[in-house]
Design a protein around this ligand. Structure first.
Ligand code: KG4
Ligand code: ZN
Length: 348
């Protein structure tokens, strides 16, 4: 079965074509990716310091059809080769979701195909199966994106148990807000991580919120406020030379990344211990973070569990994960027809 996947939940338009036959024949899931195309709106939103929902919706409308052509071209397929259509149903921006949903449903109706709405986070959760070292079920997933931070026990397709989540900011949100405080452009996660590499350890002692709370929940807004307090203190000293300010920013970035990574790693270890699971998957945009990846790899070695990473390009939003999650859902349902005329998006 060849499944078309459409992702439009936020500021990336993603389109992909996924063939389920390698998966069904026990071959690596990644062999099923036939074609994909992606457009990021980041440059468009940058001037506003964040995603502007109306601009996002309009850009999805402009991009989705050319991206479908591009993905079909890469896969050397025609519309008639598609057998089902998966789209991101939520969570996300309502207008942006509507574009993907309307497009997918109209196309499905025109081609007389089944369509299926996919939970965006399920796409992220399952994306590690597309990596070079795909985990077996059950596994623990640490899902860290711009909108969510969750620890999940994944026992099979559609079998997800929430173990803990953030009580306020998501990890990606904390990265982006902190990056802004340090003068970096939106979304600053990756840039903050790079800046932290230039920083020296030990200059700032930032809080590691809820590190020892005994549960698997998170809280990051206090960490961001601690950074803000340091910035205010520094600014109160008066204008500093450029290189002094740059070093201050880098050192503070390093302290922030270290504190956040320490909490994520500690809670992941705890989830592994609590459940007896021996496999951890890292997913979501912050899963691209180099410091987090190396700290988790080290923890896995020391604590005798395996850690699995999705391919770097599948950590942030993309169409492949939606095509793949939709395909697995359709395979497990086996009848596949979830088609309805309604635009049943679920922004929250
Ligand atoms: O999963 P994603 O693409 O979108 C959501 O579903 O939210 O995640 C985007 C988030 C942003 O907050 C971005 O700053 C963060 O992931 N991010 C990173 C890195 N790359 C992306 N954060 C830290 N380090 C990175 N290398
Ligand atoms: Zn996402």
């Amino acid at each position: 079965m060849i499944v078309l996947g459409i992702e439009t939940s936020c500021d990336e338009t993603g389109v992909a074509l996924y063939d389920t036959s390698p998966w069904e024949n026990g071959r690596p899931a990644s062999a099923g990716v036939l074609g994909q195309a992606l457009h990021s709106q980041i440059a468009m939103h940058r001037d506003y310091g964040g995603v502007v929902p109306e601009l996002a919706s309009r850009d999805h409308i402009r991009r989705v059809l050319p991206l479908l052509d591009e993905a079909l071209h890469e896969a050397q397929l025609k519309l008639k080769d598609i057998q089902a259509i998966a789209f991101t149903q939520g969570p996300g921006l309502a207008g942006a979701l509507l574009v993907g949903s309307a497009f997918a449903k109209a196309l499905a109706q025109g081609l007389n195909l089944p369509s299926i709405g996919v939970h965006h986070l399920e796409g992220h959760l399952l994306s590690a199966l597309l990596g070079p070292s795909a985990p077996q079920f059950p596994f623990i997933a640490l899902l860290v994106s711009g909108g969510h931070t969750q620890l999940m026990l994944v026992s099979g397709i559609g079998q997800y148990q929430l173990l803990g989540e953030t009580l306020d900011d998501a990890a990606g949100e904390a990265f982006d807000k902190t990056a802004k405080l340090l003068g970096l452009d939106y979304p600053g996660g990756a840039a903050l991580s790079k800046l932290a590499e230039k920083g020296q350890a030990g200059r700032f002692e930032l809080p590691k919120p809820m590190m020892h709370s005994g549960d698997l929940d998170f809280s990051f807004s206090g960490l961001k406020t601690a950074v803000l307090n340091q910035v205010k203190k520094f600014e109160a000293l008066g204008t500093a030379e450029e290189n002094v300010t740059a070093q201050f920013h880098a050192d503070l970035a390093r302290a922030f990344v270290e504190a956040l990574v320490a909490v994520l790693v500690s809670k992941s270890q705890k989830a592994i211990k609590q459940t007896g699971c021996k496999h951890l998957v890292l997913a979501g945009g912050v899963g691209a973070n180099a410091q987090l990846r190396s700290a988790l790899t080290l923890s896995a070695q020391q604590n005798h569990f395996a850690v699995h990473y999705p391919p770097l390009e599948l950590c942030t939003d993309n169409g492949v994960m939606i095509a793949f999650a939709g395909a697995l859902r359709l395979l497990s349902a086996r009848n596949g027809s979830t088609h309805s005329g309604a635009f049943d998006i679920k922004p929250r």
